[in-house]
Design a protein around this ligand. Structure first.
Ligand SMILES: C[S@@+](CC[C@H](N)C(=O)[O-])C[C@H]1O[C@@H](n2cnc3c(N)ncnc32)[C@H](O)[C@@H]1O
Ligand code: SF4
Length: 362
């Protein structure tokens, strides 16, 4: 299994909570950026790809012509004969019928839509460009165009919101026939407007909202397959599951990470430097960090990633070299459990997942 992640670091405007690498949309730069990204892609020419994820940023800010150049070239550079899943991230304000039809024709078979909330006051508070009505229109077009595999992203635990507010939002989101939901607690990150403004969140409240969501989603036939992700049966994201299975993937674009031939790498987190490193006269490397993953590190990473997959867990053989003691302790406390040759996180302790998983990092 080999994945391909493509980062499009352009957005209409910066949301107040977001610290992902993205800048304001700039058409001139986008053209140069796509050429640079395709030059990096050629370094992996012929690779047989199983899943593709085009994320951001906001990939849907690209015009059809730009998407066509990108997708058309990917078909030529890579071997896509075995492709199983192709996801494209959409923001409601920049999705339209023409783009949706074009994506469908190009082989994209999964869409991930950043809704964040069904409440317009929340959307304004978060600094989103769209309102709920716009999302409803886009979701209808998505259905008309024939996409059956759709994810919706929601953010919960905004300040001064009650459990009732959240239930209303989740209930409204469930009225749409989506096959996958990603729910994230609002986190206040450095370098964001929320951080500068001193906005804070109530983590106990966020935990209550999470537990509530777990209950509601299981009543609605969603399988809780990863800490923050729920899917209808068979609609789990294959691309993201393969990250958690610690499989390899190629990462293209500024700031994108990759894991290929036993090396993890990260591309430069700067658009001008990324472009100049990949033009014909480029002197610098497009990669700013690289690390060889030996067997020991691979096992630690497999534990950290695999425990996130609630129904799959990770192989027991990863718990050697001194990790047996930590494992036995966590098994005794019932925070982890053994299922044949797999070790899994107990559902009652998902809210402590960070502290459980971090014990294996020492
Ligand atoms: C990098 S964003 C890209 C998706 C797309 N550009 C969008 O905004 O809809 C992926 C998702 O991470 C979540 N996210 C980003 N920053 C977050 C934060 N500080 N707290 C909680 N969720 C966050 C949002 O739900 C977002 O849809
Ligand atoms: S949340 Fe999405 S749209 Fe908003 S700034 Fe971040 S990447 Fe861009």
């Amino acid at each position: 299994m080999l994945g391909l992640y493509i980062h499009i670091p352009f957005c209409r405007q910066k949301c107040f909570y977001c610290d992902f690498f993205s800048i304001k949309y700039d058409e001139n730069q986008i053209i140069k950026y796509i050429s640079a990204l395709l030059n990096q892609a050629k370094q992996f020419s012929g690779a047989k790809i199983d899943t593709i994820y085009i994320g951001g940023g906001t990939p849907s800010v690209l015009f059809c012509g730009q998407i066509e150049k990108l997708i058309g070239s990917l078909h030529k550079i890579f071997d896509l004969s075995n492709l199983k899943e192709w996801t494209f991230e959409l923001n409601p304000e920049s999705a339209d019928d023409e783009k949706l039809k074009f994506l469908k024709r190009s082989g994209v078979n999964r869409l991930s839509i950043g809704l964040q909330s069904c409440n317009d006051d929340d959307l304004r508070f978060l600094g989103r460009v769209h309102n709920f009505k716009r999302f409803v229109e886009v979701f209808e077009s998505i259905g008309n165009v024939g996409f059956k595999n759709t994810n919706i992203d929601l953010i919960y635990g905004l300040p001064a919101r009650s459990i009732k507010d959240w239930q209303k939002i989740l209930g409204r989101a469930l009225q749409f026939d989506c096959s996958h939901l990603s729910l994230y607690p609002l986190s206040i990150e450095k370098e964001t407007l929320f951080y500068q403004k001193g906005i804070s969140v109530d983590e106990n409240m966020q935990n209550d909202l999470y537990q509530n969501a777990c209950k509601i989603l299981s009543q609605n036939n969603f399988i809780h397959y990863e800490i923050s992700n729920w899917a209808k049966d068979g609609k789990e994201s294959l691309h993201n599951s393969n990250y958690w299975r610690n499989y390899e993937y190629i990462g293209l674009g500024a700031s994108a990470a990759g894991y290929f031939k036993n090396k993890r790498y990260k591309n430069v987190e700067n658009i001008e430097r990324y472009i100049s490193s990949l033009c014909h006269c480029g002197q610098e490397s497009s990669i700013e960090q690289e690390e060889y993953i030996d067997d020991e590190l691979r096992k630690i990473e497999s534990i950290m990633l695999g425990l996130r997959l609630l129904n799959e867990g990770t192989a027991i053989e990863n718990f050697d070299n001194g990790r047996e003691k930590i494992l036995n302790n966590l098994l005794e406390q019932k925070m982890l459990y053994r299922d044949n040759d797999r070790i899994k996180l107990s559902k009652d302790f998902v809210f402590l997942s960070n502290s459980i998983i971090s014990q294996f990092m020492k």
